[in-house]
Design a protein around this ligand. Structure first.
Ligand code: PLP
Length: 281
């Protein structure tokens, strides 16, 4: 049963209503988190709570809850939702302010929405590598804040799909940032590489988890910039996100990556990732 929480009340998601003057609706003035629930446990919950606070601080919105209050609300949502696996979506906007004005009030009552919805099981025997196209990253310069305004990401992904690809990998000044909704990794001659954290890309929880898993396993791992040509010449390319976990890419533009199927390093890291999910539950 999917469930929603809106400003202190529990309801069915389709019954949740917010004002047209909500700044989230008017200005995209809000932030969000998406968490995965495996066997009733919220995967990497602590890391999501830290990023939630970071995003709130970045948009100068005073958190309506202390960290432990967030934790118990989230756990209550999961318990009420009874979905497995599930995605927990959490959104905090700057609340209702009328009339419409770019200037936001200093003191606001934030709008807090959570939903718990059923998630698909990502079957490991059915991992079809993605086909992606590179596109100029024209988004704003604060991709590190998880803001609800995702129009650029949506435009770029839809353009990629219209061109016959699954997604776009974004390139800024010749350097790979991320995909429209995931971080990017490459493998070259056995070395795993992902771009360093910066203001141009989301500091993905899955990215950090994969970096940690690779380091703990003694795999060769570097956080450094990746040029577009390095991406095209990589032996393996993966994307990582809460929704996609670690997913291989088999083609970038007209360039087949490796032999087009999931690579051996991906397989090793995915095994570690799947095992870490079981350990957390
Ligand atoms: N980059 C962008 C633009 C995203 O939207 C997301 C997730 O939605 C990610 C990266 C991956 O972040 P996470 O691993 O925390 O889900």
């Amino acid at each position: 049963m999917a469930i929603a929480y809106l400003n202190g009340e529990w309801m069915q998601p389709e019954d949740a209503r917010v004002s047209v003057f909500d700044r989230g609706f008017m200005f995209g003035d809000g932030i969000y988190e998406v968490m995965a629930v495996y066997d009733g446990e919220v995967f990497t919950l602590d890391q999501h709570l830290v990023r939630l606070q970071r995003s709130l601080d970045a948009i100068r919105l005073v958190s309506p809850h202390a960290s432990e209050e967030w934790r118990s609300l989230i756990l209550e949502a999961v318990a009420r939702g009874q979905e497995n696996p599930a995605y927990l979506y959490l959104q905090v906007t700057r609340g209702v302010a009328a009339p419409r004005n770019h200037v936001y009030p200093e003191v606001v009552q934030p709008t807090v929405l959570m939903t718990v919805m059923h998630a698909p099981v990502l079957e490991r025997q059915n991992v079809v590598p993605l086909k992606v196209v590179t596109k100029e990253d024209f988004r704003w310069g604060r991709g590190d804040i998880k803001v609800v305004s995702l129009i650029a990401n949506g435009l770029l992904k839809n353009e990629a799909i219209a061109e016959g690809f699954d997604d776009a990998i974004l390139v800024r000044d010749g350097w790979v940032t991320e995909s429209t909704a995931a971080n990017v990794f490459i493998v070259k001659e056995g070395v795993i590489v992902t771009p360093p954290k910066s203001n141009y890309l989301l500091h993905g929880i899955t990215r950090d988890h994969v970096v940690d898993l690779a380091n703990e396993a003694g795999l060769s791992m570097e956080e450094r910039s990746i040029s577009e040509s390095e991406l095209l010449e990589a032996d393996e390319v993966w994307v990582t996100s809460t929704g996609q976990e670690v997913w291989p890419v088999g083609q970038v533009n007209d360039q087949v990556i490796g032999n087009g199927s999931a690579g051996v390093v991906w397989q090793a890291v995915d095994d570690l990732f799947q095992a870490s999910k079981r350990k957390s539950s």
